[in-house]
Design a protein around this ligand. Structure first.
Ligand SMILES: [Zn+2]
Ligand SMILES: [Zn+2]
Length: 322
């Protein structure tokens, strides 16, 4: 009975979390808390997922304790700095462009002509996930972008603390630029923020490090079982997976539609896990957030500068040890 309950709980967790977070979002929209401290949802998400990761621990988990400062810095920069910059630049553009630029009036129409708000939220969710899929896929095929995006692939275990471990530009290309395009098309700014937020929060669940199961939801949402294959050190042995598989950030149906979905199962129907997670070309996980921020893998001279600085810092220790 106990083990059955445990199995059911593994299946119930993801949909439960999805519904709970959607309810929290709706209940706190426009509340005092969300205006004075807009980041509280991120805190709740991290707190809940870290707790779940402790209780339903994943059997192949690799300790990430030595990456704790990198994870914290990356999360803080993405949440407070990058999101703040995005808000300061993108939101005024979303309001300004449609009124004045040739975009809306020239191409489409006023945002209320694009349908009621809930229809626009749904459309934005679909379009954002479509954008995320194609930009992410392009990031795997383009040399420069693959080096930039590769930092996210160097992690050796996926858990909520490393969902935001990315170069900010890599993250923004995938997750934010689409919103700007939709603003030019003429979508209501609230629909863009809301639809985009739904796409992003489902994407966050893909880095849930707990041993949760997606069941049939794996064919709609990008759960951890699906996303682990995206982080596998070895790509599936098929030319169509030459650049990887499961590129969807929040959903999987674009992968299914465009032939990049991969989720192998054993004869009992249990989802198989990849042998190891990490960069397919063997780049080790990067503990120095500054290197990720300045994208030193894309610029060899910067990489040498960082390495020579690190060497200088190490020297006294080496001497002392000798
Ligand atoms: Zn990727
Ligand atoms: Zn990931």
């Amino acid at each position: 009975m106990d083990s059955k309950l445990l199995t059911y709980s593994r299946y119930a967790m993801l949909p439960g979390l999805g519904i709970a977070f959607a309810a929290i979002n709706m209940a706190t929209r426009g509340s005092d808390l969300s205006t004075s401290f807009p980041y509280f949802r991120t805190f709740i998400l991290f707190f809940v997922l870290i707790t779940l990761e402790r209780i339903w621990s994943y059997r192949h988990a690799k300790s990430q304790r030595h990456m704790i400062w990198r994870d914290l810095t990356s999360t803080a920069v993405q949440t407070f700095v990058a999101a703040g910059i995005m808000g300061a630049i993108v939101l005024p553009i979303l309001h300004y462009l449609p009124e004045t630029f040739l975009g809306r009036r020239f191409l489409f129409g006023l945002s209320d002509q694009l349908g009621p708000l809930w229809v626009q939220v749904g459309a934005v969710f679909l379009l954002s996930s479509f954008w995320q899929y194609w930009v992410h896929r392009f990031e795997h095929t383009n040399d420069f972008l693959w080096k930039l995006h590769g930092y996210h692939h160097s992690v050796t275990h996926i858990q909520i603390s490393n969902v935001l471990v990315s170069n900010p530009l890599d993250w923004a290309l995938r997750n934010a630029l689409g919103g700007l395009v939709m603003g030019i098309v003429g979508f209501n700014p609230y629909a863009i923020v809301l639809g985009g937020a739904i796409a992003l929060s489902y994407g966050d669940l893909s880095h849930c490090g707990a041993d949760v199961k997606g069941g049939w939801l794996n064919y709609i949402y990008n759960g951890p079982e699906v996303h682990r294959w995206h982080h596998s050190t070895e790509f599936p042995d098929d030319p169509k997976f030459r650049y990887g598989c499961n590129f969807g950030v929040s959903v999987t149906f674009w992968d299914i539609l465009f032939g990049t979905f991969y989720l192998p199962k054993d004869e009992k129907g249990n989802v198989l896990a990849p042998k190891a997670l990490g960069h397919p070309e063997g780049y080790p996980d990067e503990p120095n957030y500054l290197k990720i921020l300045f994208a030193t893998r894309c610029f060899p001279s910067l990489e040498r500068f960082f390495d020579s600085k690190a060497k200088n810092n190490d020297d006294p220790v080496t001497i002392a040890a000798e």
